[in-house]
Write a protein that binds this ligand. Structure first.
Ligand code: HEC
Length: 454
């Protein structure tokens, strides 16, 4: 009773406040639009925001459909920009704001949003070009600094106009004659419209994975004659250099952290292409920036995955839930997450499960198939061996899901985007001399070994 009263007083006070504020804002907008003095200008106020939060994607050759670099471009888009930032649809970011802090969160502050909104309301004035901040120094064609080395698929993959394309592999020798520490890497799809994902694996010279498969030419598992090789294509414990999907950002580790590529390794590109009515070809490449000094810690990419669930997602199901558990075999520091699902993907979360079954959620993503982002912890999280990690995915196979190609069909697990998939990639830091195989040697032989899916 007491509480209810308390809240109602509060609510009515808030209503008055909001009204007062609205009047103030209206007044401010009107006066600024009339006098032209107060309104934000493009060069002084808007351009710095675009440089920091938008041009990574909105510049020539990048993923967004139009550049937002000069005044003409921004002026034309001002009303749409106003709406997109007001609704927080741009820049794209899907983490639940109440859970965790992420260093790569590009979201605008309230005052940055207010700047773009009132600039739009004031008919997008240019202002004085002398107020412009210096243009950012983008590397042409890359979002990382100029790569020390670019490894490109040797032979193009021919992509048909229609139909499914099986996962396509290409093994590319690095020809590194010494060990390399990779501090930054970026996948550049050649045919952006067709590349649904790329996983670049590191195959050290001692690895037997896909030995016998051809090098420097694209192949699919079904094109291999050997049954053992066909099976191997789909299941590997090789370390990953990088995973790419549209919208994802490059890997850029701070000093002291890097991925290890042993001398004479091959990079194995696993490419998933989708067709769109137009034939094309693709030669994806990966750019590498080497660490200036050997790092203290090595980054490993692990996964919590369920891609063999025998149960299909029923037609119309709005909130179909799948979960996967794993225990860390050794101490490691958790760095970042990259959830991957297909068109029915709705929500994805990563949790720590304590021995008393208490659950701490580290990240919850309102999944968008067209923006598969990575989420980097603002404060990396040291975890002890034996820590239980859980990934939970929810799927929407109803017609409420605007991306759903067919709400009347049960959805089985599989590679194609009309099938479903659940992979919770995550990066950890371990001591520099520990590789993935050593990391999985469990000091405690009594552990339950639920690590098949890493
Ligand atoms: C991670 C890449 C990325 C970033 C960062 C980004 N955008 Fe976008 N933006 C896109 C893509 C891709 C599209 C096209 C998406 C679509 O059509 O759904 C888009 C579309 C838009 C549109 C057009 C929407 C329409 O209806 O046609 C506007 C306006 C826009 N972005 C503004 C911005 C602004 C302003 C920022 C920065 C505050 C920003 N974007 C940051 C990738 C990005």
């Amino acid at each position: 009773m007491f509480r209810a009263t308390f809240y109602s007083i509060n609510a009515s006070r808030r209503a008055h406040l909001t009204l007062a504020l609205t009047v103030l804002v209206l007044y401010a907008t009107l006066t600024s639009a009339q006098s032209g003095l107060q309104a934000p200008t493009f060069y002084r106020d808007v351009l710095p925001i675009l440089q920091h939060h938008c041009q990574r994607c909105h510049r020539q050759g990048e993923i967004a459909p139009m550049p937002l670099v000069d005044y003409q471009q921004a002026h034309r888009w001002a009303p749409v920009m106003r709406e997109m930032v007001r609704l927080r649809r741009m820049p794209p970011w899907f983490a639940d704001p109440n859970i965790g802090k992420f260093s790569d969160d590009p979201s605008l502050t309230d005052s940055e949003i207010a700047t773009i909104v009132s600039w739009g309301d004031a008919k997008a004035p240019a202002g004085d070009p002398k107020d412009a901040p210096p243009p950012p120094r983008w590397t042409s064609g890359w979002n990382i600094p100029p790569p020390d080395c670019v490894v490109e698929m040797r032979k193009p993959v021919v992509i048909p106009a229609h139909g499914d394309v099986d996962y396509t592999y290409e093994i590319v020798p690095t020809r590194f004659d010494e060990d390399k520490w990779v501090q930054m890497s970026e996948v550049r799809p050649y045919s952006r419209a067709h590349v649904h994902h790329a996983v670049v694996y590191i195959r050290p010279p001692g690895s037997n994975w896909l030995r016998g498969a051809p090098t420097g030419v694209p192949f699919t598992a079904s094109s291999l004659h050997d049954e053992k090789l066909r099976h191997e294509a789909h299941s590997t414990d090789s370390d990953m250099l990088l995973v790419y999907a549209p919208g994802s950002s490059p890997d850029q580790w701070p000093d002291g952290l890097a991925k290890f590529v042993p001398a004479h390794s091959d990079l194995v590109f696993q490419m998933h292409y989708t067709t769109n009515g137009k034939p094309d070809h693709d030669r994806t490449s990966v750019g590498l920036v080497f660490a200036k000094q050997p790092p203290k810690q090595r980054v490993l990419t692990l996964q919590l995955a369920n891609d063999h669930d025998p149960i299909p997602i029923p037609p119309g199901a709005e909130n179909y839930r799948v979960e996967v558990h794993g225990t860390l075999p050794n101490d490691a520091t958790l760095l970042s997450f990259f959830p991957h699902m297909h068109l029915r993907g709705k929500r994805f979360e990563y949790d720590l499960v304590y021995p008393d079954r208490r659950v701490e959620t580290l990240l919850r993503v309102n999944y968008d198939f067209y923006f598969q982002l990575s989420y980097r912890l603002a404060e990396p999280r040291p975890l002890k061996a034996g820590t239980e990690l859980r990934a939970v995915a929810w799927y929407d196979n109803s017609r409420k899901n605007l991306h759903n190609p067919d709400p009347n069909r049960p959805v089985t697990w599989g590679d194609q985007t009309y099938n479903e998939m659940m992979v919770g990639f995550f990066d950890v830091a371990v001591p520099a001399n520990v590789d993935k195989w050593h990391f999985f040697v469990r000091p405690d032989k009594t552990s339950d070994g639920r690590n098949e899916s890493w």
